[in-house]
Design a protein around this ligand. Structure first.
Ligand SMILES: Nc1ncnc2c1ncn2[C@@H]1O[C@H](COP(=O)(O)OP(=O)(O)O)[C@@H](O)[C@H]1O
Ligand SMILES: [Mg+2]
Length: 442
């Protein structure tokens, strides 16, 4: 984080990344002094309503964040910045997205938690678009022109006012991570799932919160001790993990929908289980309680970077043994197949949502982007095949870091290629992928 004083004193000359959060109501003109080098501009958590018309003078600008400001319109000047690939305006009061506001090279657009009712047809001209985050808006429909954005891989449309899930969306050649819970069209499935299960309530007083274990886009996870309540059925006096949600709408959707999917996920050896829902948090924060996963388990991968956009990141030199690869791939394909049978698309099937022990045992968690569907309904097959691509990408990441015997390599590479086919319907099901992986493993 930088300060206005540093900027004004010329102390930031030569920087590529500027982060200012100090109650700004106007764009500080001194930022233009950094034009020769500035690539990433983060003005989140201020009180801005506009950007200057000469913003394109920042000729090297690739990334701009203006989250948690007071914009009501996505500034048109963004579209005049030819080098901009990422635009993040989460948690403003944006109602209007003018066609002119979309930069031609846009890869990653974040409008989470705004009041957008409609997207311009011109979004179809953003053919480089890979990641589109629109959760928590007022969208009633998506422009069909979006189908022209054939590089789209990750789409968040949860917590909107969509009346239907468009067929063209489910046929998009690279779509791999989709979240749509909390829309009118998904309400019936949500209610059916809520009726089918009940979740234990765990009062806040019974939890003694300890150290932070992890953090993602939607929540902070703490270790905690769960005390046994008197006169209530004992869940156990044990060490647990508590996920506390950061807000009413997360980048993936609503805590209520995450809870429903999590509770409906059922038992599977490769899924993180859920114990209950936090009740009575003093600030009304939503949360869920899980068994504490052995601290020997770590994240399989890091989340995407600004550069990798949709793909997870791994430490340089990361290597998986053959047993590890089959342990992870076999466990995760089985867990995801189990979810598909129950009408749950995970929506965020990524290495960064997998905990693994380093010897092949792996656990899939984080239902924040999960969406429900009727397993015998009209969209089931397409939704499942969409997530098969996410599994195919994970498999690719594992294979790139493993020395497999030649014949195994060839068979697995063939499966991997099928999982990511552009023709959604031609991909195998997870059940088929699981069978092949198990036969190669044997
Ligand atoms: N039950 C658990 N036990 C131990 N650590 C956990 C548990 N659940 C989550 N974590 C840690 O917290 C991180 C973030 O959890 P996740 O559910 O993915 O949150 P988010 O929705 O914010 O991405 C995980 O990657 C993991 O490191
Ligand atoms: Mg996560």
């Amino acid at each position: 984080m930088h300060t206005l004083a540093q900027l004004r004193a010329g102390q930031l000359a030569g920087i590529q990344r500027l982060q200012l959060s100090c109650g700004l109501t106007e764009f500080p003109p001194e930022i233009f002094d950094l034009a020769d080098t500035l690539e990433i501009l983060d003005l989140s958590d201020n009180a801005l309503t506009t950007l200057p018309d000469d913003l394109p003078r920042l000729t090297r600008l690739r990334v701009i964040f203006c989250s948690a400001n007071q914009f009501t319109v996505l500034p048109e000047v963004l579209g005049a910045c030819p080098g901009l690939t990422m635009v993040g305006f989460k948690s403003n009061q944006i109602r209007e997205v003018p066609a002119a506001s979309l930069p031609p090279q846009l890869r990653w657009l974040i409008l989470t938690d705004n009041q957008v009712e409609e997207l311009p047809a011109a979004i179809g001209d953003c053919t480089q678009l890979q990641k589109l985050m629109l959760a928590g808006n007022r969208l009633r429909a998506l422009p069909p022109q979006l189908a022209a954005c054939t590089r789209l891989e990750l789409v968040r449309i949860a917590a909107n006012r969509l009346e239907e899930l468009p067929d063209w969306l489910l046929g998009m050649p690279r779509l791999s991570w989709l979240a749509y819970a909390g829309n009118p069209f998904s309400e019936a499935d949500q209610q059916a799932a809520d009726a089918a299960t009940s979740i234990a309530g765990i009062t806040w007083e019974r939890l003694q919160i300890g150290q932070k274990l992890g953090e993602g886009a939607s929540g902070v996870i703490h270790q905690a001790a769960l005390r046994q309540a008197e006169g209530e059925r004992a869940i156990g006096d044990k060490e647990v993990a508590v996920k506390l949600f950061k807000g009413a709408v997360t980048s993936d959707g609503l805590p209520r929908c995450e809870m429903t999917a999590f509770v409906n996920s059922g038992d599977h050896p490769n899924l993180i289980p859920v114990l209950g829902e936090v009740l009575g948090h003093p600030d009304g924060v939503h949360g869920c309680v899980m068994p504490l996963i052995d601290p020997g388990f770590g994240n399989l991968a890091g989340p995407p970077s600004l550069e990798s956009c949709t793909r997870d990141t791994y430490p340089a030199g990361k290597h998986f043994s053959v047993d590890e690869l089959f342990g992870i791939a076999g466990g995760i394909v089985s867990a995801a197949r189990h979810l598909h049978q129950r009408g749950i698309m995970h929506g965020d099937l990524y290495g960064h949502n997998i905990l693994h022990c380093g010897r092949g045992r792996s656990l899939l968690g984080d239902f924040g982007a999960a969406s429900l569907y009727a397993p015998d309904g009209p969209h089931a097959a397409a939704l499942q095949r969409l997530e098969v691509r996410a599994f195919g990408l994970l498999l690719e990441e594992l294979m790139e870091r493993c020395n497999l015997p030649a014949t195994t390599q060839a068979s697995l590479a063939a499966l991997q290629a099928q999982c990511v086919l552009a023709d959604v319907g031609a991909r195998p099901s997870l059940a088929e992928a699981e069978r092949l992986i198990n036969s190669l493993r044997a």
